[in-house]
Design a protein around this ligand. Sequence first.
Ligand code: 4AD
Ligand code: MG
Length: 465
Amino acid sequence: MQIVSIIDIYEDKIEINDKIVICGWIKNKRISKLGFSFLDIYDGSTCDPMQIIANNTLSNYTNILQLTVGCSVIVHGTLILSKGNKQKYEVVSQNIKITGWIDQPDTYPISNKKHSLEFLRTMTHLRSRTNLIGVITRIRHCVMQSLHLFLDQKKYYWIPTPIITGIDAEGTGKMFRLSTFDFNKIPKNQDGSVNFKKDFFGKESFLTVSGQLTLESYACSLSKVYTFGPTFRAENSNTSRHLAEFWMLEVEQSFSNLTNIIFLAESILKYVVNIVLKNCFHEINFLSQYIDQKIKNRLENFLIQDFTNIDYIDVIDILLKSKEKFQEKVFFGIDLFSEHEKYIVSYFNNKPVIIKNYPKELKAFYMKLNDDGNTVAAVDILLPGIGEIIGGSEREDRIDFLKNRLKELGLNDQDYWWYLDLRRYGTVPHSGFGLGFERLIAYITGLSNVRDLIPFPRTVKNFQF
Ligand code: 4AD
Ligand code: MG
């Protein structure tokens, strides 16, 4: 007998009267006085459970009567069309093997009642048993697969850029240090400074904030590349949009400019949303019941909306002219706060907004200086309800400009010798961007806190396991 996923039954891939095996957990149990019981089983493949009929002729029927929510079972049975009108199918069991009981069912945290997201955040090892986290997980999977698929079809190559690094790619100093030193006996040099030569790598090392710089080395040979992995930021930002460990898709392309990568970014976002609408039908239905009634409309509209395209300087102009009372004073040179981003998105009728050409002081050293000498060819893409989801730029491909910028920022160009080599040997105009994966899932699902959108969130003063 074949083990089937419940989703395969709902997608009509299994024939009526087929003998099948379903492995899963009890969602619900109802005992009928007519000599049988109904068990609702879930296996994580879809939100709707499968109804199992357990007759009192089963040899372990008295044990089956003791099953509670969360117990695990292996059911051998026959698929039939349901006689009830609540579900299309049911399975008449010939054998039910009980593989796991619930210890003290009265205190089982994931009972069938509704749990708040806050409570579930304290139970990250069990929360994937809820319908909501199951739905998010399947959407997350679909989005990740479709990003790879899109880029593969367009002949971008996947480069696994290193997670352990010596470079501060964004130049913000917000990196997690990596060391095998015993904190009680840190080796020192004669002048009292730490002797990193004695550490694992023989020099300072960190978890990467972005794979971009090493990705650029591959873009300067394979032309179209991307990296997709976890990135780490030791920012003290305790907001619903910030994680200390998050996933980022970064795309890098030679012989391309800002316009090219903005087009690419918009195409990727629309492609992914389209796939989710097509492939995550059950999940979207579930979210429209419990999270965002208008989710389907919202996503369908996203596919046909033009993104607004505007320069940073014009954004400042709009903010200065608005009657809104902002907490943070607006001026040319301000790094936009979430309140400003929200205002700008609503100003443009809640459509996605592309903001370009930021003052160089606001952006990282690698961004290409515009001819005005003050702004860089940078881009941020904002989505309604989320704010910045994508950040990117043209890269400074002129070695003298790049060296100048490093100097201005007090960075040592010796540390970037290999990055400068990319400009020294056959430099090319190139551009790229980074897409925050959890923020994209937030936009798609309508859930607002990224802590619910990564399985085990890590944030300031907070991580489990
Ligand atoms: O704008 P960021 O910092 O850009 C870079 O890291 C560039 N190196 C990308 C590139 O050009 N290759 O980050 C890119 C995106 C942001 O727009 C945001 O969506 C997400 O990553 N992001 C975060 N997501 C969750 N938690 C955080 N702490 C994040 N920081 C950035
Ligand atoms: Mg950014």
